[in-house]
Design a protein around this ligand. Structure first.
Ligand code: ADP
Ligand code: ZN
Ligand code: ZN
Length: 741
């Protein structure tokens, strides 16, 4: 039983790490918990203040005789802050981090510095009026004014920064037009709810029987066992309508909901559907909000001014006093895992948060993560199936094309003959085409273009990566071998890293189809923050025939005119040195295929691949999730990978290589000594052995039980605290990692 408590006095303070230690009186030792609000004497005068317990400990930081004593537990101890602190404590324990890191993740911080106001410029007149004015400006050669007005006519709301930095319009010109009421300048406060400018468009849909059954089962479950629910529903099966019905049910019980959506799928279209249903009781969060803006939104949630918070991972910590549902759409997305300490997964954290609130978690995906489907099979989650698209729309027809045969037939183009034929046909019919380059993890791995063979580690069944020193290396066990110049399988010299970018593909497409209008979307063309939406809208408005892109294009918008989707090199992501490579490939292929045939006309999909027999390709082609899951979960069990086993990845970094090596070795030693029950791999160099002059060493610990890994982490934390040599070594924990270190 802990004898001391670390307490924060000012919770909205920027410096959350400012804690004060107090002694716990005997009568409170059994009842005091992390997160509780307490009354404590403060300062020399001993004035009584309220504070939050953030950590219970047995180690006194100062002379215990000099520590003051907690007076009492505050009656008002049920505040939402208490719950958030308790959640932070849970995250610290289960993912490994300092309490300060955990608190910073869950608590919105009020910034003391003055906020730079986020502004937008809006057109304040009708189009035809603006058109007349534009003619006048052009006649008088007011080029800056004309440029701005033209931009606003195309896009009635534009960021102030975009106007000054991208359109190169001076503030004087903007002010001039503002004074003449040509435009208005809005601040964050006034545009927080874009609904004001948008009319309710969507007619209320009536749920079909399949949707109705799912809604009823989830509501019944929310009344009783409150198990997490997993909706496995194909794209277009109407999951979003189900979510909205659940949210409405929560609101009737006075309980607001949180909806997590990957930021990339949080498009104008999606947001408008929620506004259309819930009006300005909806709040949207995105990563562009400043901490201050985020704080404001959280305040509104606390005051009960909103019923739905929609946003990416961090929206989970919206401090609703009560909670109905936490919905996680596209639950398989890796963006739900934090890549900074604490490296929490939003799914598991949501389940804990829901438990604390008596709320229910609803996960949804067309391609559930193997993790979640496994839990559903184990009975931990309630599984709900939505196998059909609404309105009898059929799923697209898939063809798998073997790229090895293309090479054999003398076709060196990235576009197979079949794909070229179908593209020609679609362009003639004026239907749209999406070409998708699966670029995940192109770097490094080595494969044969003649037979599709990928060089893998003999010990780990993950692909080997090419290093600059001309050797191949396995990042899981450190096994190394010479680089190969001939394929070990077929002897072909066409072996090497695959490196065709979207840009090169665009060139090739333009060459083959000179009359087609082509748009490209990738990291380069979407650097500007609105360009992502702009490209998608242009394509939606049929200003182009072909959209070429990376995984970005498989999310969000519906394009009813798209009847052909081509996946150019399906197996690129299979080469990633990661046990989740097959799962990611299956997900990407299925999601890409789901983009075809969402309108009136049925769709077709071409999957080009060097490994047509790989189960992630064949099952994606057949839209057979179950088939994929059976194979994949069998493989995971056999190889002792999650979700059948659990895995803890530990990173030791330091400016000095020998220190990073020492850190990893000392931890390995400690694990071998104290935790003989776990499986230990490493230490070895990380996939990227040095980042920003920090050397990196990794360890992998595996065991069937998560709890066993948590005690390994606890043990290491204690060891690190005692060993002075860890002073210059930083250690990071990552449970069931989504990415290698
Ligand atoms: P998902 O989220 O599973 O991809 P959506 O909820 O976006 O599916 O539904 C796909 C399309 O079908 C949307 O345009 C939606 O408005 C429409 N839709 C969903 N349910 C119904 C329904 N019961 N009746 C008519 N249209 C529906
Ligand atoms: Zn290996
Ligand atoms: Zn070969």
């Amino acid at each position: 039983m802990a004898r001391y408590a670390n307490i924060i006095i000012d919770i909205s303070h920027e410096k959350l790490d400012k804690t004060f230690q107090y002694r716990i009186p005997e009568q409170l030792q059994a009842v005091l918990e992390e997160g509780m609000r307490v009354r404590v004497p403060f300062g020399n005068g001993g004035r009584m203040l309220s504070g939050y317990v953030v950590e219970l400990t047995d180690t006194a930081e100062y002379d215990p005789a000099k520590l003051k004593m907690i007076q009492s537990i505050d009656k008002n101890s049920l505040a939402i802050e208490s719950k958030l602190i308790a959640l932070a404590a849970w995250m610290r324990k289960n993912y490994g981090a300092t309490m300060n890191q955990a608190l910073k993740t869950v608590l919105p911080v009020k910034q003391k510095t003055a906020e730079k106001m986020h502004r937008r410029i809006c057109l304040a007149m009708e189009q035809n009026q603006a058109q007349n004015l534009l003619c006048e400006y052009q006649r008088k050669h007011y080029t800056a004014k004309a440029r701005l007005l033209e931009a606003l006519m195309e896009n009635p709301v534009i960021d102030y920064e975009v106007v000054t930095k991208k359109l190169h319009i001076t503030p004087t010109v903007i002010r001039g037009l503002q004074e003449q009421s040509v435009l208005e300048i809005e601040t964050q406060r006034s545009y927080r709810n874009p609904i004001k400018r948008v009319q309710k468009k969507e007619a209320d849909v009536r749920l079909n029987e399949m949707q109705q059954n799912v809604v009823e089962a989830i509501i019944e479950n929310a009344r009783t066992t409150k198990k997490p629910c997993l909706i496995h529903g194909v794209t277009g099966s109407g999951k979003t309508e189900v979510y909205m019905e659940l949210i409405a049910e929560g609101i009737r019980r006075g309980r607001p909901s949180i909806v997590l959506i990957p930021e990339i799928a949080l498009t104008y279209q999606t947001v408008m559907r929620f506004y259309g249903r819930f009006g300005d009781r909806v709040s949207i969060m995105n990563s562009r909000l400043s901490p201050g803006e985020r704080f404001d939104q959280f305040e509104r949630a606390k005051r009960g001014e909103i019923d739905v918070m929609i946003g990416p991972r961090s929206a989970l910590f919206t401090p609703f006093p009560k909670l109905g549902y936490i919905i996680i759409d596209e639950e398989h997305e890796s963006s739900y895992k934090s890549e900074t300490m604490p490296r929490y997964h939003a799914r598991e954290t949501a389940i804990e948060w829901a438990r604390m609130h008596g709320a229910t978690v609803v996960l949804g995906s067309a391609t559930p993560s193997v993790d979640s489907y496994y839990k559903a099979q184990q009975g931990e989650y309630l599984l709900l199936q939505m196998p059909r698209r609404v309105m009898q729309k059929s799923l697209p027809e898939c063809h798998i094309v073997d790229l090895r045969q293309e090479l054999a037939a003398g076709n060196y183009s990235i576009l197979s003959r079949r794909l070229q034929e179908l593209m020609t046909e679609r362009l003639e019919k004026q239907e749209q085409i999406m070409l998708f380059l699966n670029r995940r993890g192109v770097a490094g791995f080595v494969s044969c273009r003649s037979c599709g063979y990928v060089i893998k580690c003999p010990h780990c069944d993950v692909s080997m990566s090419a290093h600059n020193n001309g050797r191949l290396m396995c990042h899981y066990c450190g096994y190394e071998q010479e680089y190969v110049s001939l394929c070990p399988n077929c002897g072909s010299k066409y072996i090497g890293g695959f490196r065709a970018g979207t840009q090169k593909i665009e060139q090739m497409v333009r060459q083959s189809f000179p009359r087609a209008r082509v748009l490209r979307m990738d990291a380069d063309t979407t650097k500007n923050k609105d360009s992502y939406e702009e490209i998608l809208s242009a394509f939606a408005n049929e200003q182009a025939d072909i959209l070429i892109g990376t995984q970005m294009i498989v999310k969000g918008h519906d394009f009813p005119k798209v009847t052909l989707v081509g996946v150019l090199a399906a197996d690129l992501s299979l080469g990633v040195p990661d046990y989740r490579a097959a799962e990611r490939t299956f997900q990407l292929l299925t999601q890409a295929a789901g983009r075809a045939g969402r309108g009136e006309r049925p769709g077709e999909v071409i999957i080009q691949t060097y490994q047509p027999e790989h189960y992630s390709v064949t099952t994606a082609g057949a839209q057979d999730y179950e088939g994929f899951y059976e194979k994949e979960s069998g493989f995971r069990g056999l190889m002792h990978y999650p979700p059948v086993w659990n895995m803890l990845q530990i990173l030791s970094t330091s400016k000095k290589e020998e220190e990073a090596v020492y850190g990893a070795a000392a931890m390995a030693e400690c694990i071998r000594e104290k935790h003989g029950e776990v499986m230990l791999v490493g230490p070895t160099e990380a996939a990227v052995p040095r980042i920003s002059d920090m050397y990196r060493q990794v360890l992998y610990v595996r065991h069937p039980d998560y709890a066993a890994l948590v005690s390994v982490k606890d043990e290491l934390e204690q060891m690190i605290e005692k060993d002075v040599r860890f002073k210059n070594i930083s250690v990071q924990f990552d449970f069931n990692p989504m990415n290698g270190f």
